[in-house]
Design a protein around this ligand. Structure first.
Ligand code: ADP
Ligand code: MG
Length: 642
């Protein structure tokens, strides 16, 4: 960026050195101007004051410009301003030179400070976590700094207090407001065994929590860190703008130099053209233009972070704004991902329901898949403790296999693993699928189907609304699932999804994402981030849902939604569009100002001071407008019929 640097300043504006010095320089130069006007001081006195003001107000940005020139061999906007100041002085316009230095310094200072603040806004989340914790040791509570908690330590959280760091509830039940992490203010009821996050406020009961992370690596700290890094990551548009700036500023400098030479062969009045050259340097400096994108991107990403939407950089903010397709995984994304066993139907002679379930649970004992957990849970509920099968193997998108009592067994999706259902088994399977169930087949290696297990999952309550909001944004929705076409169609109909692709193996999901991308451009893939990693990685922008607490999902996703709430998908798109709209407004505005000022400068119709004033005012307007990217989406960014 040519305008403004990056500082982690957190104090008041008057303590911010570039701004403070520019303001003091303004008082000095303005005072001298008035005193000379009132004949209190001689011209020489005023001149000395102007020179002092230039030194005071200009040293911050002039140093930055010179460093850029020497280290990066790049002509920044600061060089244009240095040349303009020198030029104005050479023409004897020291008052205008001082005005330039002061106003440019103020605008730069405001811009840098605003930047620092959009970055610090996310840090405010950390303040929501308590500084102290009630450490529990030998049955006694002692107050210790939260930063001293170590994994394994137990601490007490009283009603009304916030949790000090991530942990697992050991004792007690409470309703937790997790909005600091998830951006969602509806409290969640939790009890022993449940995970809690730092800065969650505990209502209705006291908890004993066993810490699972130190403060600096808990979920909240990671969010803050990721957002801060993301705010620095430039999108394509921003990178393009910077490349443009690198060519544009030297061109302006060269044009101004040309103005000094032009009058010579033609015998035009040199002083007038020298003045035009100085005005041009200021009028054509693209300050407002180069700030247009960074400020909106930084404000947008920061605001999203505070709402539990982690956007990993400017590029993904752009994708959120431009994507015309959102693809969803089904299990765990459109549905709760907590399927329940609805039926167990033994097919093999001599095998009863309990026997089939015991075999299935033994195969699933080591699997993390939601279907596996459901089967194991169901078996336990019926008093069957699964004995984990030997030689367990997960076949992603298909099922599991393992060895039980010397025989190899499989539990898989119908039609995979060389297993074909025929006759009565095929009929039963079709009927169960027709009812919206996911069916898996238990089979012994080399043998036919021994049993069918049907599992039912529930569509998330907010799914239809989430899809409606996306449609209102003009976005096409697609469901990609490994599940059977009949169950998939039922879910799609319940949710209102436009297009369904079912029975996909993980690599076919990846191919489907690529095909969507080549047909519609940027594709957002929404998944739970665990068993959908390849598809998420293949999409233009992979969005993981319910990422709080699953570090792998937070790391792997391009956009991580902390809450387990599908409405956040539309909210993320709305934030992206808002940031884009604000950026485009800023660019249009900046170009309009340049288009107005440059001809006036060339024609010699404006003074240095006026050019500076308009130029800096436009920069400040761009900064102020850019901040709107961080405000909550307004009706204009929201679908009408939501
Ligand atoms: P989704 O696309 O709905 O998230 P997956 O790709 O994880 O589903 O799985 C696709 C299908 O493969 C499931 O519907 C199920 O039939 C089968 N499957 C995958 N893993 C398992 C497992 N551990 N146990 C039984 N069946 C499984
Ligand atoms: Mg899945």
């Amino acid at each position: 960026m040519s305008c403004g640097g990056e500082h982690g300043y957190a104090g008041p504006w008057w303590g911010f050195p570039p701004l403070r010095d520019a303001a003091l320089a303004g008082v000095l130069a303005g005072g001298a101007f008035l005193l000379e006007l009132a004949d209190v001081i001689p011209h020489a006195g005023a001149l000395a004051a102007y020179l002092a003001a230039i030194a005071l107000g200009g040293h911050h940005w002039a140093r930055e410009g010179l460093e850029k020139l020497l280290r990066e061999r790049e002509v920044g906007i600061e060089m244009l301003m240095i040349a303009a100041t020198g030029g104005a002085g050479a023409l004897g316009l020291w008052d205008e030179a001082a005005a330039l230095v002061v106003l440019y310094g103020v605008a730069e200072g405001v811009e840098e400070l605003t930047f620092a603040r959009t970055r610090r806004a996310i840090r405010a989340l950390l303040d929501l976590a308590p500084k102290q914790a009630r450490l529990l040791r030998d049955g006694r509570e002692t107050l210790v700094p939260a930063a001293e908690l170590r994994p394994g330590d137990r601490f007490v959280v009283r009603p009304g207090e916030a949790v000090a760091t991530d942990g697992i509830i050991v004792e007690g039940e409470a309703s937790l407001d997790e909005s600091a992490v998830t951006g969602e203010s509806v409290p969640v009821d939790k009890g022993p065994g449940a995970r809690v996050f730092a800065a969650s406020v505990c209502h209705g009961g006291a908890l004993v929590v066993e810490a699972t992370a130190r403060f600096e690596d808990n979920t909240l700290s990671r969010i803050v860190h990721l957002v801060e890094t993301a705010q620095e990551r430039k999108g394509r548009a921003q990178a393009w703008m910077e490349r443009f700036g690198r060519r544009y500023s030297p061109a302006v400098l060269a044009t101004a130099a040309l103005f000094l030479l032009l009058p010579l062969p033609f015998g035009w009045e040199w002083a007038s053209w020298a003045h035009r050259a100085v005005v041009l340097l200021v009028a054509a400096a693209p300050c407002a233009l180069v700030i247009s994108l960074p400020i909106a991107v930084s404000a947008g990403i920061g605001a999203a972070g505070r709402r539990g939407i982690l956007i990993k950089g400017g590029a993904h903010l752009e994708h959120l704004a431009t994507a015309r397709v959102v693809a969803f995984d089904k299990t765990g994304t459109l549905t709760h991902g907590r399927p329940e066993v609805a039926a167990v139907e033994p097919l093999a002679p001599g095998l009863d329901e309990a026997g089939a379930l015991a075999l299935a649970a033994a195969l699933e004992a080591r699997s993390e898949h939601p279907l596996a957990r459901a089967i194991v849970r169901h078996a336990r509920a019926l008093g069957i403790e699964p004995r984990p099968a030997a030689g367990f193997r997960a076949l992603p998108g298909a099922g599991v296999e393992g060895e039980i009592d010397g025989a190899r067994w499989r539990l898989m999706r119908p039609g995979t693993g060389g297993l074909r259902l025929a006759g009565e088994a095929a009929g039963r399977c079709a009927a169960l699928e027709e009812a919206g169930h996911t069916v898996v087949v238990l089979a012994r290696e080399g043998g036919g189907a021994a049993a069918l297990l049907a599992l039912a999952d529930h569509v998330r309550d907010e799914a239809p609304e989430a899809v409606r909001r996306l449609h209102a944004l003009g976005v096409r929705t697609v469901m990609l699932t490994g599940d059977n076409p009949r169950a998939a169609a039922r879910v799609a109909a319940a949710v209102g999804i436009d297009e369904v692709r079912a029975g996909l193996r993980p690599e076919e999901k990846v191919a489907a994402v690529r095909a969507l991308e080549s047909r519609h451009g940027a594709v957002i893939m929404v998944g739970d981030g665990i068993n959908d990693a390849p598809a998420l990685a293949a999409a233009t922008c992979g969005m993981a849902m319910g990422a709080a607490g699953t570090d792998a999902a937070i790391e792997a996703a391009d956009v991580a939604l902390m809450a387990d709430d599908l409405l956040k998908v539309a909210e993320a798109l709305e934030l992206g569009r808002r940031a884009r709209r604000v950026s485009l407004q800023n660019i249009a505005f900046a170009l309009a100002v340049l288009a107005a000022l440059i001809p006036l400068a060339v024609l010699g119709r404006i003074s240095v001071a006026l050019a500076v004033l308009v130029h800096e005012a436009s920069e400040l307007a761009a900064v102020a407008n850019g901040l709107r990217a961080g405000r909550p989406p307004r009706p204009a960014d929201r679908p009408r019929a939501a």
